[in-house]
Design a binder for this molecule. Sequence first.
Ligand code: ADP
Ligand code: MG
Length: 750
Amino acid sequence: MGMIRLKNVSKYYYSKGIIASGISRVNLDFDAGEFVVITGESGSGKSTLLNVISGLDTYEEGEMYIEGKETSHYTISDFEEYRQKYISCIFQSFNLVSSYTVYQNVALAMQIDGCDPAEIRQKVTEIIKKVGLHEYRNRKVSKLSGGQKQRVAIARALAKDTKILVADEPTGNLDSVSADGIVELLTDIAADKLVIVVTHNYDQFRDHATRVIKMHDGKIVEDTGADRNGNGAASVRGHRSSRTDHSEKKKGITYGTQLKLGIRNTFNLPAKFLLLLLVFLFVVGSVSAQYVSVKKQKDTVSEEGWNNYFSNYDPKRIVVEKQDHSPFTKADYEAIENAPHVEKLIREDIMYDTSVFIENDEFSFYGYVLNISNLDKELSIGKMPEKDNEVILEGYDDGWTFGEKPEDLIGKTFTVATDGGFEQKVKVAGIIFTGAEDDELAMFSDTSRIYFPDSVINEVRKGLYASNSTTTMRINGNEETLYVGEGGLMVNDMVPEGYILLPTSYDSMFRKGYAAGNEIELRAKALYYDESLSLMIMGTYGEKTFEKKTGYKNLAEHDGEIYINPMDFRRLYEKGSFQASVFVDDTKNIEGMKDMLERGGYHVLVLRDHINNFMNEEIVSIMQLPISIIICLAVFFVAYFVIRLILKSRGVYFATLRMLGMGKKPACRIMRVELVLVCLISYALFIIFTCLSRSGIINSEQLESYITYLTLRDYIILAVILIFMSVLISGRFMRSIFRSSAMGTYREEA
Ligand code: ADP
Ligand code: MG
């Protein structure tokens, strides 16, 4: 049984619609121990025959047998395995990795076989000495002469140590002395292996060859034993071949070597590395910018939007209530105020969105209610409040808001208009003039505000609760809803505690025509409370008794009013504060704040998420994501094509690895290592860059406003996206390389 047998094998080339015959109907038989020399004029098919034998190229007709096994059904990867196991090649065009050193090139063959490092070091050193390149072992192949390259190619083939060695014009580039040395080497090898050499200089091999094959026009025209050593000698040598069997120890390239080669490939061509790095920086930059713009969009929407329930829709505002719906305590307030990232806490949240009038005979002012404790600005005129009933006003000094002479308002007494008829007197202690540009809230709400002390706030809130509660009165089995305020339920000092004074119309609800002495129930119900109060009807008032019973003069102005004692009113409506507003220092901290408050027992309403926008918010967020994905895909494809261009010569590299018998999977991994590594380096640069910007070494507001949006989680997500992209790109790239046979790729790329 021969080692290699070809039966009627033909190979055609198809190029530009023309079919050329490479070899046609070739029948050959090779055995171990043979030293075969193939000759013939240029274009006679010698290289084609070698490529077919070494599985580098496919054949179209006939059958090739390897140790008796058919190969016509072999896939590309079957041939790679076959090459790794059986074939060492010396190519006419060397097929060396020119960016590797001599040593690295020779070692490559053994690394692909998975030999252990110590063995590789020893054997490679030895072989390099044998071919006379010891002093050049650390020089890059690209810097060698043609003859030296030829010797590297031979050294690599020797290092591979397989049963078959094929060589295409191995002495073509050598002077006759070196050529003789190579011939000696090959003769040595042929002692127990099959050596097939193509040459047009038969004389160099005459003394050593065991067989000569002459080709012409793709056909074998002569196949004879050499002059002195006939087939007999071959069989003697063939006998000796049983000494060693090289094929079994090949376990394939290790993961460590794959990683090592990937890392080496990343850096061994600096220009290429820098180009790749630039492309990846572009990818990192554009993907992160896209990512940030999606996050930023959310905030922009809320800055430009408005809200139906809250007049102050600052995107940094979070409205909270306790999960058990109880009023806030001092301890609650303090805990929140001392939490990180809290810029300020508005305790009287519900009033924050409420505006009230203060007025006297000459002037009236309308503004949102704030507690004096929230005052964080300098007074423009006047002084800080010292007494319990003093307030501060804030607004534009436009000659209208505060009148022509704002200073005249200082020290004047005003009445706060609240529901339920409370007459709360306040004095203006100071005024703040707002400039539109220096007020961050100006864009979110009206700028007129009144800062009240606690005591007044309590009164204002009571009125507010009264008008926002559903107040019902159950009288003699009937229930009716009361309006609180003028013309409805009012307070009156002349009504004693526990009593209620009704208009005379209620008398008719009772059988005897007298309401007095009967019990009624008042009930005030709101989101946070449900309070009931039993009162005795003290009587009813009519036209004649009105002034005596109420102290008011004109009944017509007070028609239908119902009076209770201020203490009872207080019992119904004086509740604590159930809602507060937390302002975070930066919108990027909103999510964290929300989590923290929810864990702390609060219901949380992030105002930013409940904002209407001129451009429908839904559409913005629905469109934003796909647009970002499309942009990222575009970036991906641009990057892919640029990277492909940059890696063009990597095709030759991988074709070379395949010729040495490397399979697709390890080759892919080597590629992946390279791209992921460049990706990580550019990502590291990106992170260094952002750190420099955060710490203020690089000074750009634009940049900073972007970077503040990136949290640790975002950095991780970004890294995953980028690594995923580079794995995808390397996968695509390798698929394109492995589409055709090893020789095909080489021809395409070289
Ligand atoms: P040799 O090595 O003896 O010089 P080759 O095997 O290289 O001959 O070429 C054999 C024949 O096949 C020649 O006619 C040549 O033109 C043709 N041939 C070789 N390679 C290709 C190719 N890649 N595309 C088309 N024709 C080719
Ligand atoms: Mg040739």
